[in-house]
Design a protein around this ligand. Structure first.
Ligand SMILES: [Zn+2]
Length: 108
């Protein structure tokens, strides 16, 4: 028997700040995750044939909870409001602690 976990790709987005926010949310909820393709491109500096988006992979056993958290993070619980970044004026889902666009911190 192997102790290795089966990791499942649960989320991918072309904006790495969105991916980082989601990762923070998952980890704050006790879900371990791995990032892949965070730096994009290849080590050799060649442009990949298809665009590579950063990905979040989680333990297979935690995909249900992770999917729920991501759904809430991206679309927001109805009773929470999105916040507007004071720096770049982009709207962020309530669960985001950092602006997805410019990395500014969520205002109090
Ligand atoms: Zn911003």
């Amino acid at each position: 028997m192997s102790d290795e976990k089966t990791m499942i790709r649960i989320f991918s987005h072309d904006n790495s700040m969105v991916v980082h926010n989601i990762k923070n949310i998952l980890e704050n909820n006790g879900i371990g995750c791995e990032l892949k393709n965070v730096f994009g491109g290849s080590a050799a500096g060649e442009v990949p044939p298809i665009e590579v988006w950063p990905e979040i992979w989680v333990d297979e056993l935690q995909t249900d909870k992770a999917a729920e958290l991501i759904e809430e993070a991206m679309h927001g619980a109805k009773d929470k409001t999105h916040w507007r970044c004071p720096d770049c004026t982009e709207e962020n889902p309530p669960a985001f602690e950092i602006c997805w666009s410019c990395e500014a911190e969520k205002p109090n």
